[in-house]
Ligand binder design. Sequence first.
Ligand code: SDX
Length: 441
Amino acid sequence: MSTTKSAELATPAAETFTLTENSTGRTFELPVIKGTTGPDVIDVRKLYAETGCFTYDPGFTSTGSCESRITYIDGDAGILLYRGYPIEELAEQSDFMEVCYLLLYGNLPSVEEKEKFRRDITYHTMVNEQINYFFRGFRRDSHPMAVMCGVVGALSAFYHDSTDITDPHHRMVASHRLIAKMATIAAMTYKYSLGQPFIYPRNDLKFSENLLHMMYATPCEEYSVNPVLARAMRRILILHADHEQNASTSTVRLAGSSGANPFACIAAGIASLWGPAHGGANEAVLNMLEEIGSKDHIPEYIKRAKDKDDPFRLMGFGHRVYKNYDPRAKVMQKTCHEVLDELGMRDTPLLELAMELERIALEDEYFVEKKLYPNVDFYSGTILKAIGIPVEMFTVIFATGRTPGWIAHWNEMISSPYRIGRPRQLYRGPSKRDYVPMDKR
Ligand code: SDX
């Protein structure tokens, strides 16, 4: 794990911003801190003590919450780097285990390091047999994200030997357990919804193959995983592995800042990811495409997406950071064509509808002016559906891919000096008033 002290993370202040209070003429010097690349930050940590004012930034559109060395995004240029490596190169040339190692430890592994890491993860893929009974408390038709959230949160009830967050060994074991067991729990969630028996992980299979095997094998016959689907799943997991300080990663960091155990923190991240504005968008894209139904209905939905009085949004479009094409969406689209070609499903109406929707949206001045491009979720659902994964399982797959990112950020925070996250507010409620007894109201 990175043991860098937070002091080494920040470069010395290169310049300052001067804040002037017009009513008194008082000035305040705010240091500017430069990172390796990307926007500088104005250090406002002393602002409240010196001015008595808070900063105000609902939704954190202009706020850097932490220092990090893990992932860099340039939203205007459509760039995404994991520890400096472009996502396009990793998606094409790497595999999910190597990307997990890279996110956790900061560099690409040697042959020996990769083999040891793969083995460490593989031998953590089984879950405690008692966890099987957890599933029985859920209805078979429960949303898989509700099940995954509950079961992952319960993991801390089983692994007391890796919840001492001050112990680097405990942190490493918990990190390996979470990466390994998310795929097993994801598959168990799917099997439970079908009423089929759980399939144990296999130590002779690679991560993506194992996930698909646990999802689709049955005890009744041998099941061999289609290599095309395994490659597609591997790429999907890599593309989802991390994305800087997004809502679910920020949730994991905030939960972790109280000293909560990593299993509870990842469960909090899963809960946040579930929302349709975030990781739930892949499921929402498919539901939207099903609702649109045919190309001639597209103009009506584009009109609705632009109507301020209509809550409908074009799911899979827009992004807080990307004001250009999401680089993951490009790789996902390419993978989509490859998978559908190789499966002989090229002229899937769903893909044709998605591509026509993208074409029309990208020509519409509303989307152009607001820089609303397809994001990672726009094409992922089409691939997952082609792989045979049901729509309600899409975000479960997203969570499985995002776990190394969540846990890398958690480790980065916990292994350096940190403080509990505790934002303040702009209070607009009633001023102090005395209690009124019932007979006087
Ligand atoms: C993910 O943060 C991450 O990195 C997330 C993620 C990751 O890997 O972790 O990348 C994964 O969550 C991708 C995003 C998936 N969500 C969706 O596809 C849902 C649809 N998209 C929108 O809900 C929206 O674009 C967000 C939530 C993604 C971004 O929201 P913002 O940055 O708060 O932008 P906004 O809602 O303020 O929109 C800005 C303007 C608004 O119009 P105005 O009020 O300025 O007139 O753009 C409009 C919005 O109405 N707009 C859309 C739109 N997205 C934004 N209009 C129609 N359809 C859309 N999809």
